[in-house]
Ligand binder design. Structure first.
Ligand code: ADP
Ligand code: F6P
Length: 461
């Protein structure tokens, strides 16, 4: 009999330090899992710094910090997770670094996370492991605690076989994941890539399930989503609209506002969208319209060289575009390199005309979904990369682009800026229906029901 108690294992805890206090970390994953974890659940993960912390209770959740020292951060987090796996899993947008020295720390951190989960999960309960940093946790946890039901969800793409094959430790990672009862991916394409990699590693099985050491492992797509109600509540709040109008007025009430909102990551294609914007200005395709680009970029992983370079490139482009096309007091690109409160982000989504989401590769891209739900007037246009997981749900409502094709990017921006009101409203209202139909609570319930061996009505439809 499977018990309902849940232990989550993720790279980051659902809380972070602010001075001497723990405060909730914003984010869809925390929102999705909080109701499920409340009063009987635990969350194992890293605090975000290199201090030692004892376990504690926060908002009804048992928080179990796993200590990572500086070497863990260098070799496991910045190294194997973010300089090897991240670029490799994102279609090798940057050359993955293979440094044999990083592997031991990576294994060690995965082992410690598994041990922390093993010593906290009640007998026969559920454990849900998240993301690329922790792919070795399922098998280690199964070795320690064969009574548990173990699920794993990968938030980023799983690479095509020819790329995965490059990884010196690929078999260990496949075996790590196959320690799970359910392995979940963002899209069917990712799930297929994993099945092929498992097959190639000699861990074969039927097409939709992979059998290993006598167990059946469910491999499937569970596209993640956002907390629709939270975005809608903010979107409907008059204060959010008033802020949006103020921001637009601060920009000088331009005719067209293009908007980008991302972590500052080289996979997001911020540079190519700014280049396309520059081409659009250069071409004069929008006539004498007053056009600006607002790019909000959250600082991210700046201990990794490729991230520092990505930031330099973006900042160089912002300067170049403003130098060439801006006037005194009227820059054409407004660039914010900071985290913003979510209510301010929703105002940003409301004040922009064209949301530009152009990753070279992205597991899902929640920004695209947040934008759709924030547009309670059903206006606004979404330009979306074909390489974002979200494109498989929003392909008929967004203007899809190939971020590797500069001309197509420039025309997509021009087209988005000149789309008729009727077309804009029709697209956005269909997009809203799609996003509302599968919110983050449906996602977590769908995954956990599969983990418990139950199937939801939605899945049977
Ligand atoms: P990723 O997980 O790769 O960062 P997503 O688009 O899926 O990409 O998720 C990004 C999340 O970060 C979204 O929920 C978005 O609201 C949030 N976010 C993006 N930019 C900012 C910002 N400047 N300040 C605060 N939150 C941000
Ligand atoms: O999308 C992958 C992801 O790891 C998210 O889970 C996380 O919120 C985001 O990237 C930020 O990464 P980091 O934890 O390295 O700052």
């Amino acid at each position: 009999m499977v018990r309902r108690e849940l232990t989550v294992v993720a790279n980051r805890l659902p809380v972070r330090r602010k001075g001497d206090e723990w405060i909730s970390s914003p984010g869809g994953l925390v929102t999705a899992l909080k109701p499920v974890l409340k009063d009987s659940g635990s969350w194992v993960g890293w605090s975000g710094d290199s201090e030692h912390y004892e376990p504690f209770i926060h908002d009804g959740i048992s928080v179990i910090p796993v200590h990572l020292d500086q070497r863990d951060l260098d070799e496991h987090y910045a190294g194997f997770s973010n300089a090897t796996l991240w670029p490799l899993y994102h279609h090798a947008v940057r050359e993955p670094v293979f440094d044999a020295q990083w592997w031991d720390r990576h294994v060690d951190v995965n082992r410690r996370m598994a041990e922390a989960a093993a010593s906290t999960a009640p007998k026969d309960s559920l454990v849900w492991v998240h993301d690329y940093h922790l792919q070795l946790v399922p098998s280690e946890l199964r070795r320690l605690r064969p009574d548990l039901r173990i699920g794993f969800f990968l938030h980023i793409p799983f690479p095509p076989h020819e790329l995965f094959q490059r990884l010196p430790r690929r078999r260990e990672l496949i075996d790590g994941l196959l320690g799970s009862d359910v392995v979940g991916f963002q899209t069917d394409g990712d799930a297929d890539n994993f099945r092929r990699a498992a097959h190639a590693a000699g861990r074969s099985g039927p097409t939709d399930l992979v059998a290993t050491d006598g167990r059946i492992v469910v491999v499937d797509a569970f596209p993640i989503s956002i907390d629709v109600a939270a975005s809608q509540d903010l979107a409907e709040d008059p204060a959010t609209h008033a802020r949006a109008a103020r921001i637009r007025a601060d920009l000088g009430n331009p005719d067209v506002v293009f908007l980008g909102v991302d972590r500052l990551d080289y996979t997001k294609g911020i540079d190519v969208r700014l280049e396309a914007f520059g081409q659009l200005l250069e071409s004069g395709a929008l006539g004498r319209s007053d056009v600006v680009f607002v790019q909000i970029a959250v600082p991210s992983r700046e201990t990794v060289e490729d991230y520092r370079e990505a930031r330099e490139r973006v900042e160089q482009l912002v300067g170049q575009l403003n130098g060439t096309y801006g006037r005194i007091g009227h820059p054409v690109v407004h660039y914010v390199h900071r985290e913003l409160p979510f209510d301010v982000l929703v105002s940003m989504y409301q004040m922009g005309d064209v949301m530009v989401v152009t990753p070279f590769a992205d597991g899902m891209n929640l920004v695209a979904k947040e934008f759709v739900v924030s547009r309670d007037n059903d206006e606004g246009v979404l330009v979306l990369s074909e390489f974002a997981g979200a494109a498989s749900e929003l392909d008929d409502v967004a203007i899809l682009v190939n971020p590797y094709d500069p001309e197509a990017m420039t025309s997509a921006l021009a087209r988005a800026a000149t789309l008729s009101l009727e077309d804009r409203v029709a697209r956005m209202s269909r997009a809203r229906t799609t996003v509302v139909a599968n919110d983050v609570h449906d996602w977590s319930a769908g995954f956990l029901n599969r983990l418990k061996g139950e199937t939801t009505l939605r899945e049977l439809k």
